[in-house]
Design a protein around this ligand. Sequence first.
Ligand code: NAD
Ligand code: UGA
Length: 454
Amino acid sequence: MKICCIGAGYVGGPTMAMIANKCPDIEVTVVDINADRIAAWKTDDLPIYEPGLLNIVQGARGRNLFFSTEVDRAIRLADIIFVSVNTPTKMFGEGAGRASDLQYWELCARRIKEVSTSDKIIVEKSTLPVRTAEAMERVLHSGDNEVHFEVLSNPEFLAEGTAVSDLEDPDRVLIGGHETDSGQKAVELLVNIYAKWIPKDRILTSNVWSSELSKLTANAFLAQRVSSINAISALCEATEADVADVSHAIGTDSRIGPKFLKASVGFGGSCFKKDILNLVYLCETYGLHEVAAYWQKVVDINEYQQSRFVKNIVQSMFDTIAGKRIVILGFAFKANTGDTRESPAIKVCNELSAEHAELVISDPQALKNAAVDLKELKNVRLEEDPYKAAEGADALALLTDWDEYKDLDFKKVYQSMRKPAFLFDGRNVLDHQELFNIGFEVYSIGKGRLSHLD
Ligand code: NAD
Ligand code: UGA
């Protein structure tokens, strides 16, 4: 059996490496129009930073895992084609700023139709609006091509930074297919591929529309939990409650559960915002305005939380940060990735820069992306070494929960900074009392401030 995956990004690369690793009898070819990305997948300097991924890739590369820019050839030879291209928020025309931009997906569908000479199963791996498969089937079966295409939905639930364990041992795999004979046969084929390493009771099947909608809903629910606790963090700051205590107290209720209740400077990542905006747009398209407004608030609270963090910095530093040096500890949207898409650090840096602060950005993996994200800003310096970054600075703002920041020698850091030295912990990962004892002015999310200035 031959599999082709169109799109060698954060999803296509790791998911196909795992399938190739677990199924040595299947030949897997990952294709992309981005030649640099494909070239990097062929080296040990992979195009994405993901712990454990290199091992998985090395285990199958050259044996039954191949990376190529020959898109047409891989399509023609494949029995199953996963489409894992980007589906960003549409930035023009109808639905601009909310709807999903499906142009890359449709281009793939047209290419598949154009070059295929045998029947194929097309798997939606990208996150797509509910009922996209219907539109894609129309494209695939338009004209006089005799070939039959069976479209399945198989959304991906991996999180960056833990992609390898998420793929190896997922909570579930979801496969949606049509309730026709050919649809069910295709579902069974895909179920049997995943069953090579995932217990069958964790492989869920449904119709295509439920599968498509489940992906958007899962991301909306996860993001909603973060926005809910972040909304409560603002109330904690006003009332001397501690958001960590509140989070722990509610999370021990087995009906609520402890995960995704960590207050922060806000959620980032390429998908939460775009998928919720897409859900909002879909609801509005179906005339469900109240439902749309409900989900829109999850995104609104996230923007509010980021701006609130900056406002707190400005107010704490005597209402002016013009000319003051602020070190950003962590630019990635979460730890263990170099990905900065929709990272809260982007909005925070833009707002700090608008106040004429001088910025020094430090991150173990994301500086290359940070340079692109901040290229319009003046007075920005990139410095990987956090100790050098902190020299002569007025404040530190921790925005990514990298482990290495928890282990910094903060006495040394404090000594090299200008006084009063401020620390704003946007992830609540540091020992605030200890930092206060060292001499820092300490501000965090949803907790009382620790100040020597009162
Ligand atoms: P990405 O931008 O990292 O990768 C997409 C790749 O598709 C790019 O390399 C691009 O060059 C390629 N591409 C675009 N059009 C193409 C075409 N016509 N032919 C060949 N290649 C083409 O995106 P990603 O983060 O991997 O996300 C892909 C999809 O998976 C999105 O729909 C996203 O919502 C979803 N998703 C992402 C994650 C995640 O953690 N990043 C998790 C689950 C689901
Ligand atoms: C998320 C989902 O967790 C995946 O299941 C999904 O497949 C993926 O989106 C996707 O569709 O792209 P990801 O964005 O990689 O994965 O990372 P998460 O761990 O979900 O974190 C998202 C953001 O929320 C990060 O900025 C993180 O720091 C923040 N977060 C998370 C919090 O602020 N508090 C929490 O308690 C949890």
